[in-house]
Design a protein around this ligand. Structure first.
Ligand SMILES: [Zn+2]
Length: 343
């Protein structure tokens, strides 16, 4: 299996994040992708290739131009306001509860209007990293479209929490949604399976009214887990997209047996949709030792997860999302991909 990777992600290097009212060491850090890359090399999964260059057209098919423009200038605007030694840009106010949208306002108003949470800093290398992650995802998508059974986009920062017009949850541009739309524009019928611990609220929102892209997410119940405001079982799609969205929220402490039942339901629904191509939001924060999550999937289970995804029997694009147990991340990522390959 080919992996696509860009070192641009190294420049997006958060040091701290707000969680539970505290400023804690960041978890979405460069070492995550580097650990996965090292394990791919050690276990000889396949070649690791640089991405090709794509213009903004595929991005603007899913994201509002205003969000894309904002992300590309936000850090420079932030430094202009707060000085060249300012810490990373983080919003401190949001236009909630009847306040007026501030997308046309100053940097503080724009930041609060385009961000939905305070965990997603914008720093010097953020835009370049996010933009290159899209190239990584699209390059891997091209490989699958050209006839290969699978490819892995080692994207960082992740993407599945970013919607058409808001970013958050460590995500800026929605890599997998951009790839799915790219397949759809090529005349193919994509299904997305999101196995990250957290609901893929951005991806769901982007395709919620669409009958031509199926979205299925298996995740921690938002009744107790991030992103808190989306990902419930009664969200099944709207308008022309009614029936094309399936959420399978699970309780804290979910182990493989319970997870596998949800996977079976997901597979039935994906089979019924009849996709030409499967895209997997490959979050690994379901792992038992993940520092910010509460499932109990163990390292060997990821081999089973890969094999289950292979049983769906479609050309498959894997796109890296969350997963914060850095020490184990390489092993469990390659376990999943080798499980898919039947090793
Ligand atoms: Zn996650």
């Amino acid at each position: 299996m080919k992996t696509f990777y860009s070192p641009a992600h190294l420049e997006h290097d958060p040091q701290a994040q707000f969680e539970g009212g505290q400023l804690l060491p960041a978890v979405e850090i460069p070492a995550r992708a580097e650990r996965v890359k090292a394990e791919i090399e050690a276990r000889k999964l396949g070649p690791i290739l640089p991405p090709g260059a794509f213009d903004d057209t595929p991005i603007l098919r899913v994201h509002d131009a205003g969000l894309v423009e904002f992300l590309s200038v936000a850090h420079a605007e932030w430094l202009k306001r707060h000085g060249i030694n300012a810490p990373p840009a983080i919003p401190s106010a949001w236009p909630a509860n009847g306040l007026r949208d501030g997308r046309q306002g100053d940097i503080e108003a724009r930041l609060g209007s385009y961000a939905f949470s305070a965990d997603t800093p914008i720093m010097k290398g953020t835009w370049q990293a996010a933009r290159q992650a899209v190239n990584v995802a699209l390059s891997a998508a091209m490989t699958v479209k050209s006839g290969e059974r699978s490819a892995f986009a080692l994207t960082r920062p992740p993407g599945h929490h970013a919607s058409n017009n808001v970013f958050g949850g460590f995500c800026y541009l929605n890599n997998i949604a951009i790839a799915a739309q790219w397949f759809a524009d090529a005349g193919l019928r994509p299904a997305i399976l999101d196995v990250d611990y957290h609901h893929g609220n951005g991806t769901q929102t982007i395709f919620y009214r669409r009958p031509d892209v199926f979205f299925c997410s298996i995740h921690a119940d938002p009744a107790f887990a991030y992103p808190h405001f989306l990902g419930f079982a009664d969200e099944t799609g709207d308008g022309d997209g009614a029936g094309c969205n399936l959420n399978l929220p699970l309780p804290s402490g979910t182990d493989w047996s319970r997870y596998d039942d949800a996977l079976s339901r997901a597979r039935l629904a994906i089979d019924a949709f009849g996709p030409d191509v499967l895209l997997v939001s490959m979050g690994l924060d379901t792992y038992i030792a993940d520092p910010i999550a509460m499932f109990q999937i163990n390292a060997a289970d990821y081999l089973r997860l890969g094999a289950r995804i292979a049983q769906i029997g479609k050309p498959t694009l894997f796109v890296f999302e969350g997963g914060y147990a850095v020490e184990a991340l390489g092993q469990i990522a390659v376990n999943l991909l080798e499980g898919f390959e039947g090793k």
